[in-house]
Design a protein around this ligand. Structure first.
Ligand code: SAH
Ligand code: SF4
Ligand code: F3S
Length: 439
């Protein structure tokens, strides 16, 4: 095709950005763009950015700096910034990096084709609105192209919780749930295209309350409806807030056959004093009780979480409370971060913890978490699990897949098994993966 143009998208941040990048690529497909995996021959470069911590946001500017030469060599190259940095710093980006042609916030992606057209006429385009219309309606995937075995599906976006450290309520906007029929239609379409595992996404996914038959549906009800789709084998969801884990969702972890035994349930801190200052509205004790109830419903569930160390005013005693909580929960997987000051959030104004203390606490927390993670992984040896094969491994004859508990598993198996769930016996545990054999 003569007017075929090449699009290079680089994605940072959370899974929702991965999903959004796919939607943006599809939307620009209508403008004649096809994906390329190098910026060098691109007609358009799009950075889908993350604002969650300072380092994540700064990456954008250093990455843009690297495109200067490309832009000089090809004046027709268009450079765009999307995602949460675009939302938070739209004007500022255009000022700091005049070569940027387009800035688009997460709620305006359906306007991207029109914005791209404007840049082709030599203009600049900036849109960081929170429009009324449903962007997902205009971002429907058109081509019935074949897909890999796993996919993300955004069902809820935005957040009304306003944790004192977090930019998400400002960059993604208010909490919105997509209607049930749209979610189910998209899920069926994914399955027709070869998807076997769907991960439902939302900044507060378990607060889902989409309009459906007979009123608003909860996440549990949505999961049960997905469970009825033939050909779909696995359901996951992320990320959840402890206050939105209702009884039906807990019970589903015990009863729903396709819902996988893995739950990401961030707690952030084990100190009630700090949790209160974080505006988390749960306590360490209420969180531990919740974990107990979830484990009663599904004893082998793997729990994962997020932690922030060095939140303003965190003392050594507060930090000890976090270590104590971790000792009690026993996490199978965790993400932990030093607190990063985010302009415009309440905690940014408070007394900050020194960098040396943050570094020390993060190292101690991560040592404990990685011991737990390894112990839980090692305990899988000898067990039989389901594995969904995703691709070939490094060694010949080897496939890589994910277990029910989301561990990476290497197995000798025929490539024709990619896209299938097989029963596997785990025979060894390595640093970040398991080895298994077909049963
Ligand atoms: N509820 C969201 C959280 C997104 S941010 C979700 O479901 O995806 C992911 C994690 O980043 C948070 O759980 C928190 O641990 C961490 N985080 C958020 N803001 C931070 C900050 N200012 N400094 C350090 N870590 C932060
Ligand atoms: Fe951020 Fe808290 Fe909302 Fe999660 S629940 S997105 S951490 S404000
Ligand atoms: Fe980052 Fe925005 Fe996701 S700030 S974590 S890309 S919601």
């Amino acid at each position: 095709m003569a007017d075929e143009k090449k699009l290079y998208i680089k994605t940072y941040g959370c899974q929702m950005n991965v999903y959004d990048s796919e939607r943006m690529a599809e939307a620009l497909g209508g403008q004649g763009y096809v994906a390329t995996d190098t910026p060098d021959d691109a007609d358009m470069i799009l950075l889908n950015t993350c604002h969650i911590r300072e380092k994540a946001a700064e990456k954008v500017y250093s990455e843009l700096g690297r495109f200067k030469g490309l832009k000089a060599a090809n004046p027709d190259l268009k450079i765009g910034v999307a995602g949460c940095v675009a939302q938070a710093e739209g004007q500022e980006i255009m000022r700091r990096q005049p070569m940027v042609d387009l800035v688009v916030g997460p709620q305006s992606y359906h306007r991207l084709p029109a914005m791209e057209a404007k840049t082709r006429e030599g203009g600049k385009a900036l849109d960081t609105d929170f429009p009324e219309e449903d962007k997902f309606e205009h971002l429907k995937s058109r081509p019935k192209a074949k897909r890999g075995p796993t996919a993300f599906l955004t069902v809820q976006e935005g957040c009304d919780k306003f944790c004192a450290f977090c930019v998400v309520p400002y960059t993604r906007g208010a909490e919105v749930s997509r209607p049930v029929d749209r979610v189910l239609t998209e899920a069926r379409d994914l399955v027709e295209r070869g998807v076997r595992e769907i991960t439902l996404l939302g900044q507060n996914v378990n607060a889902y309350h989409g309009a459906g038959d007979g009123g608003d549906w909860s996440l549990a009800r949505l999961i049960w409806a997905l469970n009825d789709i033939d050909g779909l084998e696995r359901i996951r969801f992320t990320t959840s807030h402890p206050n939105d884990m209702d009884d039906a969702l807990i019970a589903a972890h015990g009863d729903c056959p396709k819902l996988m035994p893995y739950l990401h349930l961030p707690v952030q801190s084990g100190s009630d004093r700090i949790l209160k200052r974080m505006n988390r509205s749960h306590t360490a004790e209420s969180y531990l009780k919740l974990i107990d109830r979830i484990r009663t419903a599904r004893p082998d569930i793997l729990i994962s979480g997020d932690f922030i160390v060095g939140f303003p005013e965190e003392t050594e005693e507060d930090f000890q409370a976090t270590l104590d909580l971790v000792e009690q929960v026993k996490y199978g997987q965790c993400y932990s971060f030093k607190y990063s000051t985010r302009p415009g959030t309440p905690a940014a104004e408070r007394a900050q913890v020194g960098e040396a203390e943050k570094t020390d606490r993060l190292a101690r927390l991560q040592a404990l978490l990685s011991d737990q993670q390894r112990a839980i992984q090692d305990a899988m040896v000898g067990r039989e699990v389901g594995v969904l094969f995703e691709k070939t491994g490094r060694e010949p004859g080897q496939l890589i897949g994910k277990s029910d508990h989301l561990h990476a598993v290497y197995v000798h198996a025929d490539p024709s098994m990619i896209g299938q769930v097989a029963r596997v016996r785990i025979i060894e545990s390595a640093s970040n993966s398991l080895g298994g054999e077909l049963i």
